[in-house]
Design a protein around this ligand. Structure first.
Ligand code: CLF
Ligand code: SF4
Length: 532
C-alpha cells in the first residue's frame, strides 16, 4: 500500500498523491444531506442497522431483529446461510471474475459446490438443525439470482414449506428486478439487496462493460443506463410493495468514491432501508479487470470517511463481511465445510422448531443484558468526561469469537472488530481480517507487522489473552494491548477502557494523540489458507 495514502484521524485531511479529490469536498457535499428517505422512513426516528425496538415500527422490527445483515446488534448472535443455486449472470462487473464468487455479496473465492433447489433445501434443513441461531437463508450467487429465476424461486418455495420460520433474502444486480417484484412478494421474500454502484451511466460504464437485456448485449453508456434505470425502478417498486431494500455499493477510488454520495441520496429518496458501502477487493490474482489494471481498493480511513459522510438518520451498514455465495454461520465465520453435499447425505436431519425457538429465547435474554450493560456504562462515562475529553472519539480493536464478548486470544484472531468509542457510546464501525498470529502453539513473527498494520488506526486492542512478543510489538506501534476485560460484553468493555483513558488524560498521566490509517486486506489470507 502507498504509505502516502495515510490520513490523520481528526483532521480527515488527505495527503495521498493518488487519491483523486480531497475528502473534505465529499464531506461538504453531504453537509446538507442527512435523514431517512421520506418514502422509506416507516415513521422511524432512526433507521438502519443500529436500530433498536423503539426506533422502528413493530412490523419492521420483526423483520430485522434476527437478521444479521439488517441489524448490527443481531449479527453478534444470529447466523445466515447462502445456497449457491444461481450460477449464471446477465451483466459483467469489472470487479468480478466468473471463476470467483459474486462480488455483490461475496469475497473472491470459488464456490465449492453449486446446488440444485432440492439439494439446497436439504442443506438448509441440515444447517438449521445444527445451528439453531441460523435465521436467514440468502441467495446471492455465484451469479445473479434473478438471472436464474426458476432455480431461485423453486428453492424459496421448498424452504418456505419445510422451514417456515427462516427468513428469505435475495441479493441481485437489479437488471431484472422490476419484472420479479410480484414473485418476490408471493414467496414472502422480505429482504432484497440491490448492488448499485452508480446512478450516472457515465460512471456506470466504467464499472460495467456490458449488460445482457431483452435478448441483446448492450455495451458502454447504453448498457449502464439500462442497468441503472432498472435498479432504481426496482427499488421504488420494492418500497411500494413494503419489502425492505438494502443497497450495496462497491467503493472504487477514483471511479465512484465521490459519486457514491449521489447514490446514497438517490436510494434514500426511493425508500432504501440501509446502505452498505463496501471496499473494492482487487488483487491481480483474482483475474478481474480491476485487479489486472491495478485499480486499488480504499484504505480503512477512506472507507470510514465516506460511510460517515453518508450517514444521517439512515445508518450505514458497516458489518458486512462480503461473504461467499455459499457462506454458512455467523458473519465473519465460515462453516460451509461442515455442510458439503457428501456430509449432509450422512447426517440425520431433525428440524426441531421448538428447540430453535428455545435457543433464540436465550439469545434474546443475552441481548437485553448486553444492552443494559452498555447503557449503564455510558452513564458512568458521562461523569468521567470534562471539557478536554467530551468530544474525543477513538477506535479500539476487539478479539471475539461470538456472543458479543471479548473472548478471543490475540493469536487466534482472524478478524478484529473495530469500535468507535466516545461520549455517545461504543459503535461498531468495521472489521479487519488478519493472518492468524498463533500457528500450532507458536507465534508467527512474520504475520505481526501485517496484523499491526490492519489495526494501525486503533488506540487499543481488547483481547482475552496476549503473549509477550505481540504485546511489545503493539506497544511499540502505540497500540495498548488490554486483557483485563476478558469475557465481558464488548460495548461495555470498550466504554470502560475509554473511561480509564480519559481519566488518565485528565490526571495528566497520558496524552491523547491521533493515530494513522490502516490497511484493508486485499490479497489471500496467508495463514488460514482461505481466500480473502
Ligand atoms: Fe446474504 Fe446478503 Fe441476505 Fe445477508 S449477506 S443475501 S443480506 S443474508 Fe450480509 Fe454477507 Fe454483507 Fe451480504 S454480510 S455480503 S450484506
Ligand atoms: Fe459478477 Fe455478481 Fe457482477 Fe454478475 S452481478 S458480474 S456475478 S459481481
Amino acid at each position: 500500500m502507498n504509505s502516502q495514502a495515510f490520513i490523520e484521524i481528526g483532521s480527515i485531511r488527505r495527503v495521498g498523491k493518488d487519491q483523486g479529490v480531497a475528502l473534505e469536498d465529499l464531506l461538504d457535499k453531504v453537509a446538507e444531506h442527512k435523514g431517512c428517505g421520506s418514502s422509506g422512513g416507516d415513521g422511524k426516528s432512526s433507521c438502519g442497522s443500529s436500530a433498536r425496538p423503539q426506533d422502528v415500527s413493530e412490523e419492521v422490527w420483526n423483520k430485522i431483529k434476527n437478521h444479521p445483515c439488517y441489524s448490527e446488534e443481531a449479527h453478534h448472535h444470529y447466523a445466515r446461510m447462502h445456497v449457491a443455486v444461481a450460477p449464471a449472470c446477465n451483466i459483467q462487473c469489472n470487479y468480478c471474475n466468473r471463476k470467483y464468487d459474486c462480488a455483490n455479496e461475496s469475497r473472491p473465492g470459488v464456490v465449492s459446490e453449486k446446488l440444485t433447489p432440492e439439494q439446497a433445501s436439504k442443506k438448509v434443513l441440515a444447517v438449521a438443525s445444527t445451528i439453531p441461531q441460523m435465521t436467514v437463508l440468502g441467495i446471492a450467487g455465484p451469479g445473479d439470482p434473478l438471472a436464474n429465476p426458476e432455480k431461485t424461486f423453486k428453492t424459496f418455495e421448498l424452504i418456505s414449506q419445510t422451514a417456515p420460520d427462516i427468513k428469505l433474502c435475495l441479493s441481485t444486480n437489479g437488471l431484472r428486478l422490476p419484472e420479479f417484484i410480484d414473485t418476490i412478494k408471493k414467496f414472502k421474500v422480505d429482504h432484497v439487496t440491490i448492488t448499485i454502484n452508480a446512478v450516472d451511466p457515465e460512471v456506470g460504464a466504467k464499472i460495467y462493460p456490458w449488460v445482457f437485456f431483452n435478448h441483446k448485449r448492450h455495451t458502454g453508456i447504453d448498457g449502464a443506463r439500462i442497468l441503472l434505470e432498472n435498479q432504481l425502478k426496482g427499488l421504488e417498486m420494492l418500497t411500494a410493495a413494503g419489502i425492505l431494500a438494502k443497497i450495496n455499493s462497491v467503493m472504487i477510488p477514483g471511479v465512484n468514491d465521490q459519486h457514491l454520495v449521489e447514490v446514497n441520496k438517490a436510494v434514500k429518496a426511493r425508500g432504501a432501508f440501509l446502505h452498505n458501502i463496501m471496499p473494492l477487493i482487487s488483487a491481480p490474482e483474482h483475474g478481474t479487470v480491476f485487479g489486472l489494471t491495478g485499480q486499488r481498493g480504499p484504505t480503512a480511513q477512506e472507507l470510514k470517511a465516506l460511510q460517515d459522510a453518508c450517514e444521517g438518520d439512515m445508518n450505514m451498514m458497516r458489518h458486512c463481511r462480503q461473504c461467499r455465495a455459499d457462506a454458512v454461520g455467523l458473519l465473519g465465520e465460515d462453516r460451509s465445510d461442515e455442510f458439503t453435499t457428501e456430509k449432509i447425505e450422512q447426517m440425520e436431519v431433525q428440524y426441531d422448531l421448538a428447540t430453535r425457538q428455545a435457543y433464540q429465547q436465550v439469545v434474546e435474554e443475552q441481548r437485553v443484558a448486553k444492552r443494559e450493560a452498555k447503557d449503564a456504562e455510558i452513564v458512568a462515562l458521562a461523569d468521567a468526561l470534562d471539557e478536554r475529553t467530551r468530544d474525543l472519539s477513538v477506535l479500539v480493536a476487539v478479539g471475539t469469537k461470538g456472543e458479543g464478548r471479548v473472548n478471543e486470544h490475540f493469536g487466534h484472531v482472524s478478524e478484529f472488530q473495530i469500535y468507535e468509542v466516545s461520549a455517545k457510546g461504543a459503535k461498531f464501525v468495521g472489521h479487519r481480517r488478519v493472518d492468524l498470529y498463533c500457528q500450532g502453539g507458536f507465534g508467527d513473527e512474520d504475520a505481526l507487522p501485517s496484523v499491526v498494520h490492519s489495526i494501525n488506526d486503533c488506540h487499543a486492542v481488547l483481547v482475552s489473552k496476549i503473549g509477550a512478543c505481540p504485546r511489545d510489538e503493539l506497544k511499540a506501534a502505540g497500540i495498548e494491548p488490554v486483557e483485563r476485560y476478558a469475557g465481558e460484553f464488548i460495548d461495555q468493555a470498550a466504554l470502560a477502557w475509554f473511561k480509564e483513558y480519559v481519566a488518565e488524560i485528565k490526571a495528566g498521566t497520558r496524552e491523547h494523540s491521533a493515530r494513522g490509517d490502516a490497511a484493508i486486506r486485499q490479497g489471500a489470507l496467508l495463514a488460514s489458507g482461505k481466500a480473502a
